[in-house]
Design a protein around this ligand. Structure first.
Ligand code: ZN
Length: 690
C-alpha cells in the first residue's frame, strides 16, 4: 500500500478529474456541508442542524429531508429565510449576495426514525431488511434512504458530521474520525470527509471501540460487548484484505475502514465502513467470505458508484473479485466448483419467466435476481478475463479506478476499459450478455470417433438452443493417455468440431471446467434446496406423519420463497397435482409412490429416518431431502421431516441458507449432515465404447 501522504496527493488529482471538477454536473455547487445531530434513542428521535455552503451565484436550493421531519428554522447567511417543505423536499430562493463568495444555508430540524426491525435472517433477500431508519436503545441505523439530514442534489466537496448521543453510545459514519469523547452525560464524535461519495449513512450503539493504524489507514471495530473479543481477528483480516486489494486495484480510496456491528442481521458495505449483524460477525466463515466482499465494494460500488442507467455491475464484479477470486487463490478445484455452483444456481433458481438481462439488474430482491446480478455477472467477468488474460484484465480495473474513483461508472465504461487494455473490441461479445436475457443451452450431438493413421479423430457438433450466442466453448477429450483440450468458437445452432488424439478416446466433455456461462441441461443439475426455491409450481403436502404445525410448515415455505404455495393434506392431493407440480411433503408420505426413488442409504419411517445406517429418532432431529422425478418433465419433490414441532421451529429457518445441498440433517442444535447426490451427466458428456 502506498504511504498516506502520497495517496492524498494522488487522490486530489483524481478527485479533480472525476469528481468536483467533472464537467457539466447540474445544480448549484456545494462547497461543504456541516451536519450536527443529537440522537435521543428513548424517543427514537434526532435533533439536527446542518449548514450547507453554496457557491456564490446559487439562486435556487432544493434539499431532500425525511418527509416526517419537522423544520424549526431555515437561515441564509445567518438570517431567517422563508422556505417551503413538502413531501420531503425543502425549497428556498436565495437573493443575490453581492460580493460574498459563498452562501451558508442552515436548516434546524427534528425527526423520528422507528422502522420496525425484523431479527429473522430468513425474512428477506433485501440486505437492509426493509429498515431505512431506526433510532432505538439497542442501536441506531440511519441509511442514506432515510434522509436523516438535508441532502443537496450535488455531493458537497467536503462534509463534516458531529454526532452527540447518550454517554456510551458511540457513532460511526463516513470519513476520518477527528475526535471522540465522553463528557458528563454525552458521548460525541466528529467525522470529516475530504473525498465524499454518495449519501451518508450513520450507525450508533453501545459499542466497544478497537483501533489500529496500518499503512496510513485507520482501522476500527465498533462491536457490541458480546463480540468485542472478535475485534483483533477482524482488524487482522481488514489489514490483510485492504493490502490484497490495494495491490490489485490501486490505493484504498477512503480515510478509514471500520467494521461496525448492526443490531439486525445485515451484510452491507458503505463508503469507509461495513455493517455486519452480530449473528453474522460470529459465523466463523464470514471473515473470509462476506467480509472481503464488503471490502472489495470499497473500490467497486462505493469508491466508484454504479451509474444505474445500464444496470448494476458492482455485485457481479465484487462476487468475482472476492467470493470467487479468494477460492481460486486457494485451489483450482475450489474455483471450478464455485463456477459450477453459479451455473447450477442459475439453472435451478431462474425460471424462464424470471429472466431479465444484466443491464436490468439493480439490486437483489429474490434468489433469481441474485443468480442473475451476482452469479451471471461474475461469470461474464470470468469469460472476459479468460479471453484477454490476467494482465489486461487487472490493468483495465486499475485504469477504471484511476478514471472513475469518486465518480460513477457504467457497463459501457467496463466494455471500453477491457477493449482498450486487450487491444480489441470486446463490445460485441460483452453486449450479448448484457442486453439479452438468459444464455445459451449447449449440448453435444452426432459425436463419432474413428481411427486415422496412428491416432483417432473425434468429430461432432455443439448444438445450441435459442437464444443464440457467440462464445468460445472449451471441450475436453479424456483418453487413455493425456487429456486433449480444444476451444470451439460456437455460433449459430450447430457448430462442427474435430479433435485429434494419439490415444483411444474415453469421454468427450463440454466445458467440464464451467468456464462459460450457459444454461445447464436438466441432467446436469442436482436436486437441491435451490430447486425448491426456484420452483414456479409448488404444493406443500401435509402427511398424517407431519410433526410440524401448519403455521410452522407455512413459514418454512415462505423462507424458501414459496409463501404463495397451496397447502393440502395428503389425502386431498389429486393425481393431476402429482404430475404437474413440485411437491414439499411435511413428513414421509403414506403413499410412497408419490416420491421418486430414495437415494441409496436413506430410509424414512413414521418414527424417524436413517442415513448411511445412522438412525435419527429423537425429537430434536430434522431431515430435509430433495429428490428429482425421473422422466422428461423437470420436477422435484422434497421431504421435510421434523421429529417434533420444536425441531421444526428451531431448524426450518436455517434450511434456506443451504441452497446448494440436496439433503440436510439437523439435531442437537446444529447441522449434522449435508450433501448433494451427483447429477446425471446429461448431454454435455459423450462416452466412447472401449
Ligand atoms: Zn455486494
Amino acid at each position: 500500500m502506498k504511504s498516506f501522504s502520497m495517496w492524498s496527493l494522488l487522490a486530489l488529482l483524481v478527485f479533480c478529474s472525476a469528481g468536483a471538477c467533472h464537467a457539466g454536473t447540474p445544480g448549484p455547487a456545494v462547497q461543504r456541508q456541516d451536519i450536527a445531530v443529537t440522537l435521543e434513542p428513548e424517543g427514537h428521535t434526532l435533533m439536527g442542524q446542518s449548514t450547507i455552503t453554496f457557491a456564490a451565484g446559487t439562486r435556487q436550493v432544493a434539499l431532500r429531508l425525511s418527509a416526517e421531519a419537522s423544520i424549526d428554522s431555515v437561515a441564509v447567511s445567518g438570517k431567517k429565510a422563508p422556505f417551503s417543505f413538502d413531501h420531503g423536499t425543502l425549497l428556498l430562493e436565495l437573493l443575490p449576495t453581492g460580493t460574498a463568495e459563498s452562501i451558508p444555508v442552515t436548516v434546524s430540524y427534528r425527526a423520528t426514525f422507528n422502522d420496525p426491525v425484523s431479527r429473522h435472517p430468513a425474512a428477506s433477500e433485501d440486505p437492509s431488511y426493509g429498515v431505512n431508519g431506526a433510532i432505538t436503545r439497542e442501536g441506531t441505523f440511519l441509511g442514506g434512504g432515510a434522509y436523516w439530514y438535508p441532502v443537496p442534489s450535488q455531493i458537497p466537496a467536503r462534509r463534516s458530521i458531529s454526532i452527540t448521543a447518550p454517554a456510551g453510545t458511540e457513532a460511526v459514519t463516513a470519513g476520518r474520525r477527528l475526535s471522540r469523547e465522553t463528557t458528563g452525560a454525552v458521548t460525541r464524535s466528529v467525522w470529516e470527509e475530504a473525498r465524499p461519495v454518495g449519501v451518508l449513512s450513520l450507525c450508533a450503539g453501545p459499542y466497544r471501540v478497537e483501533e489500529r493504524r496500518v499503512d496510513g489507514i485507520d482501522l476500527y471495530t465498533y462491536f457490541y460487548p458480546d463480540n468485542a473479543a472478535l475485534a483483533s481477528r477482524y482488524l487482522d483480516a481488514a489489514a490483510k484484505y485492504l493490502n490484497f486489494y490495494s495491490e490489485l486495484f490501486g490505493a484504498y480510496p477512503f480515510e478509514k475502514f471500520a467494521v461496525v456491528e448492526n443490531f439486525f442481521p445485515t451484510g452491507y458495505g458503505f463508503p469507509s465502513f461495513t455493517l455486519l449483524g452480530g449473528s453474522v460477525i460470529r459465523l466463523p466463515f464470514i471473515i473470509d467470505t462476506s467480509f472481503p466482499h464488503e471490502i472489495a465494494h470499497s473500490w467497486w460500488g462505493n469508491g466508484i458508484d454504479v451509474d444505474p442507467a445500464e444496470g448494476n455491475w458492482s455485485e457481479g464484479l465484487v462476487t468475482y473479485l472476492a467470493d470467487y477470486l479468494l477460492k481460486e487463490r486457494r485451489s483450482p478445484v475450489e474455483a471450478r466448483d464455485y463456477r459450477r455452483q453459479l451455473l447450477i444456481d442459475y439453472a435451478s433458481l431462474v425460471t424462464p419467466g424470471a429472466e431479465f438481462p444484466l443491464s436490468a439488474f439493480l439490486s437483489r430482491s429474490d434468489p433469481a435476481s441474485r443468480a442473475i446480478g451476482y452469479g451471471k455477472g461474475a461469470m461474464l467477468f470470468h469469460m472476459v478475463r479468460s479471453q484477454i488474460g490476467d494482465r489486461a484484465f487487472f490493468e483495465a480495473l486499475r485504469q477504471l479506478c484511476r478514471d472513475h474513483l469518486y465518480g460513477s461508472a457504467s457497463w459501457s465504461d467496463f466494455v471500453r476499459a477491457f477493449s482498450r487494455s486487450a487491444g480489441r473490441d470486446l463490445g460485441p461479445f460483452m453486449n450479448q450478455w448484457l442486453v439479452r436475457s438468459g444464455g445459451p443451452g449447449l449440448s453435444l450431438a452426432e459425436v463419432t470417433s474413428r481411427r486415422e493413421g496412428k491416432g483417432w479423430r473425434v468429430s461432432g457438433s455443439i448444438v445450441q438452443s435459442a437464444p443464440l450466442f457467440e462464445l468460445p466453448v472449451p471441450l475436453a477429450l479424456e483418453t487413455a493417455g493425456a487429456q486433449v483440450k480444444e476451444v470451439v468458437p460456437v455460433r449459430g445452432e450447430r457448430t462442427r468440431f474435430t479433435i485429434s488424439s494419439n490415444d483411444p478416446p474415453g469421454r468427450l466433455l463440454l466445458d467440464p471446467g464451467s468456464e462459460v456461462f450457459r444454461i445447464l441441461g436438466r441432467g446436469e443439475i442436482p436436486a437441491t434446496v435451490n430447486s425448491i426455491k426456484g420452483s414456479s409450481r409448488l404444493i406443500g403436502v401435509i402427511t398424517p406423519n407431519c410433526r410440524a404445525g401448519r403455521e410452522t410448515f407455512g413459514k418454512l415455505l415462505t423462507s424458501l420463497s414459496q409463501g404463495g404455495a397451496t397447502l393440502v393434506n395428503e389425502a386431498d392431493l389429486g393425481r393431476k397435482a402429482v404430475e404437474d407440480y413440485d411437491l414439499v411433503f411435511c413428513g414421509a408420505p403414506r403413499d410412497r409412490s408419490l416420491l421418486p426413488q430414495l437415494p441409496e442409504g436413506v430410509e424414512l419411517s413414521d418414527s424417524g429416518f436413517s442415513i448411511d445406517a445412522e438412525r435419527y429418532g429423537a425429537p430434536d432431529g430434522l431431515l430435509f431431502l430433495v429428490l428429482q422425478f425421473p422422466g422428461a418433465s423437470p420436477r422435484v419433490a422434497a421431504v421435510f421431516q421434523p421429529l417434533s414441532d420444536a425441531a421444526a421451529e428451531q431448524y426450518s429457518p436455517k434450511i434456506t441458507h443451504y441452497g446448494k445441498y440436496g439433503y440436510l440433517v439437523f439435531s442437537g442444535g446444529a447441522n449434522r449432515r449435508k450433501g448433494t447426490a451427483p447429477a446425471l451427466d446429461g448431454a454435455a458428456v459423450v462416452g466412447f465404447p472401449p
